[in-house]
Design a protein around this ligand. Structure first.
Ligand SMILES: [Zn+2]
Length: 353
């Protein structure tokens, strides 16, 4: 009988059962205001993030450098160890001078919302031509244009939440054709059509993918309020296209969680708010999904490298270790129900080193 070699075996087991990567970037997160902000910001680090791109759809929306910097200060007061990349909300109030001011102050981007399609988007855009002088200045100063890529529903034209993203893609093409040096991110892509558009787009165009859109289809949110988000998850073939572009390690496709907390009563209402909350376990959700897709080896590039490279930022220092240990997602975090509540994930987050 061959004697057992416990040390070697245990060492091997240990190696196979942990995953150590740099601390992650979340290039699209909603951290809200006031009490909700204080409640959710600490979960960014808990979820394995070191740097986050903060969405500007506050009340009122962030439309000036001064507002963005004031918001950043509030966030830093809650957790100073996270790097907050600030954005402004594309709005007629923003002038070319304000774009230069924002660039001087280190604001990294401007987010475009189509009017009325998601939380606090009543001030969103209807026509991009109005903003061409701003895009010119953004292009000159290196600010990134982040696009919520949906057009408003229009039943006369057979446009609804299921094809709103696909109908937006001609606008994306127009923008990158007219501004060949402007970096543009198509946020939270959900369709095979968007995946194809990113593949054919130039190097200046990237896309974020959420943890939840890699898991959900229409069947998962129709009648299940806590999975309801905008853009809505689409068909199985759309999810398959998202999974494929992430699994192949496309260098312009990276993690942006779109984690968007709402109190339980706003989600479970007759007219439930759109948004899925993933911040507290973000890296664990992504690891669980990528492993199930057979591409856990893409975790590092998808969550830690490609986004930083696209934004022209240094990659994060510090490491995050995940362990191959089943964890159960809490039923709630305070008043907020997380994604996959009470379900099991195959990876757990360990304290940062
Ligand atoms: Zn969002």
């Amino acid at each position: 009988m061959i004697p057992r070699l416990p040390f070697v075996e245990e060492f091997h087991t240990f190696r196979m059962n942990t995953l150590t990567i740099p601390l992650c970037d979340d290039f699209h997160v909603h951290v809200r205001q006031d009490d909700m902000m204080k409640a959710v910001v600490p979960y960014l680090a808990a979820g394995g993030m070191s740097r986050v791109l903060v969405m500007p759809n506050t009340t009122p929306p962030i439309t000036s450098t001064a507002q963005a910097l004031a918001y950043k200060e509030e966030l830093e007061a809650v957790d100073p160890n996270i790097t907050y990349l600030m954005t402004m909300y594309l709005h007629p109030d923003i002038t070319v001078e304000e774009v230069h001011k924002a660039a001087d102050a280190g604001i990294v981007g401007i987010k475009s919302y189509p009017r009325g399609v998601t939380t606090n988007s009543d001030a969103g855009i209807e026509d991009y031509s109005l903003y061409y002088p701003l895009f010119e200045a953004m292009q000159e100063r290196g600010l990134v244009l982040e696009l919520h890529g949906e057009i408003p529903s229009d039943h006369e034209r057979d446009i609804c939440v299921l094809n709103a993203e696909e109908y937006f893609l001609s606008h994306l093409k127009q923008l990158y054709t007219d501004f060949p040096y402007l970096r543009i991110v198509l946020e939270h892509i959900t369709t095979a059509a968007a995946v194809a558009a990113i593949r054919e787009a130039p190097e200046t165009v990237g896309a974020t993918v959420t943890a939840h859109h890699l898991e959900l289809t229409v069947d998962d949110w129709a009648g299940q309020n806590h999975n309801f988000c905008k853009p809505v998850a689409k068909y199985p073939h759309d999810r398959a296209a998202l999974r494929e572009i992430v699994a192949e390690g496309h260098p312009r496709v990276f993690l942006g969680s779109d984690s968007a907390p709402h109190p339980r009563n706003a989600k479970e209402a007759a007219c439930g708010c759109a948004g899925v909350f993933t911040s507290p376990l973000l890296a664990a959700y992504v690891a669980d999904t990528l492993e199930s897709l057979g591409c856990l080896d893409r975790m590092r590039s998808f969550a830690c490298e490609f986004g930083a490279d696209f934004y022209g930022l240094p990659r994060n220092e510090g490491t995050l270790t995940l362990s191959k240990q089943t964890c159960t997602v809490p039923a709630s975090y305070g008043d907020v129900v997380p994604f996959r509540a009470s379900q099991k994930l195959s990876w757990s987050l360990c304290p940062h080193s």
